[in-house]
Design a protein around this ligand. Structure first.
Ligand SMILES: NC(=O)C1=CN([C@@H]2O[C@H](COP(=O)(O)OP(=O)(O)OC[C@H]3O[C@@H](n4cnc5c(N)ncnc54)[C@H](OP(=O)(O)O)[C@@H]3O)[C@@H](O)[C@H]2O)C=CC1
Ligand SMILES: Nc1nc(=O)c2c([nH]1)NC[C@@H]1CN(c3ccc(C(=O)N[C@@H](CCC(=O)O)C(=O)O)cc3)C=[N+]21
Length: 299
């Protein structure tokens, strides 16, 4: 049976380090890290994530501000709010929760965030820094940064000689994850909906990362014996065994069967999800240090 990678525990130690760094920064230069989370519309799952981000920010000793905008918010209104947050010296991190309602265009909103405050790492400046191998002066997208910490727990910092396969090529996760694995010397394959014989591609992976959004798509015979499996998917499915109308959270990996083949595996929940929130806190405390002219801590 695979080693179960405990994302909750890893996240707790990141959060402890963030809290300590935030306390020191405030004591030394009087700067309290400030995180603004912007959410548009009424999607209940998005509200749940945003609430847990805001709660965690408070727990870290941050100034945490949440802007909940109505569904009918216009592009101009949203970009005006981002401009105000860009100009606010008390705010060091800005996160606009995705996806946005259909009538809004996310790309110009993301580009309107100051790269120094882009704690999601989605601005082209931050995405470009990872692409060109600069992993130290920008901000790295939280979920891939968190997933990499879990990979490094198992394999160390140098992935030389290891084959990594990432399923999914989104800007939020798949692309930056592939680039971070590459920067750590893995041999990287980025798979997606047009990949031929995905199962065979996956069986070649020493490190298999799934970020598709399809419940339990990755079966045990896709997994190379002993591989490390990182499950990024968050899918809510019906769970009639828990009672009528009940649901449960599952990943993109068929966990029970994959755990019989893998060497190490992240569960859902309790794997990558908690790391995402922890790395958001890490990015915010890094941004606050830079704004105060201090050397940021490393995570
Ligand atoms: N745990 C966490 O903290 C986070 C979890 N997530 C979760 O991760 C998952 C992916 O998120 P995100 O990257 O934003 O999603 P996107 O929908 O943006 O991307 C999904 C990717 O999966 C690919 N894909 C779709 N169907 C298949 C298929 N049948 N075979 C192979 N590839 C396929 C798509 O390919 P193509 O490009 O060709 O369309 C696309 O690249 C979701 O479940 C999301 O909820 C996301 C962020 C954070
Ligand atoms: N701009 C933007 N940045 C994001 O980082 C972003 C986003 N938009 N939109 C949606 C996705 C999804 N996402 C998650 C974060 C935490 C958990 C998480 O904490 N999950 C817990 C379980 C939570 C539960 O029980 O519902 C776990 O996996 O253990 C999950 C998913 C961030 N995303």
């Amino acid at each position: 049976m695979a080693l179960v990678i405990d994302g909750k525990q890893a996240a707790a130690s990141v959060v402890a380090a963030v809290t300590e760094a935030a306390g020191k920064l405030e004591a030394e230069v009087g700067v309290k890290p400030g995180l603004a989370v912007v959410i548009v519309g009424n999607d209940p799952a998005s509200h749940a994530y945003v609430n847990s981000k805001s709660k965690m920010a408070k727990q870290c000793g941050f100034n945490s501000i949440q802007h909940s905008l109505p569904e009918e918010t216009t592009q101009e209104e949203l970009e005006k709010l981002v401009a105000e947050l860009n100009a606010d010296p008390a705010i060091h991190g800005i996160l606009v929760q995705l996806p946005l309602p259909k009538h809004l265009n996310a790309e110009p909103v993301i580009l309107s965030i100051s790269p120094e405050k882009d704690v999601d790492g989605l601005h082209v400046v931050n995405a470009g820094k990872i692409a060109t191998g600069d992993l130290s002066t920008g901000l790295i997208s939280c979920t891939p940064a968190g997933a990499m910490l879990l990979v490094k727990q198992i394999h160390g910092d140098d992935l030389s000689g290891l084959n990594a396969v990432v399923i999914g090529r989104s800007n939020l996760f798949g692309k930056p994850m592939g680039l971070l694995l590459l920067a750590a010397n893995a041999t990287v394959t980025m798979a997606h909906s047009r990949t031929k014989d995905l199962a065979a591609v996956c069986r070649n992976a020493d490190i298999l990362v799934a970020a598709v959004g399809r419940a339990q798509m990755v079966k045990s015979d896709w997994v190379k014996p002993g591989a490390t499996v990182i499950d990024v998917g968050i899918n809510r499915v019906d769970a009639p065994d828990k009672g009528e109308g009940k649901t449960r959270l599952v990943g993109d990996v068929a966990y029970a069967e994959a755990a019989e083949v893998a060497g190490a595996i992240t569960p859902v929940p309790g794997g990558v999800g908690p790391m995402t929130i922890a790395m958001l806190m890490a990015n915010t405390v890094i941004a606050a240090h830079r704004a105060a002219g201090k050397t940021p801590p490393k995570f």
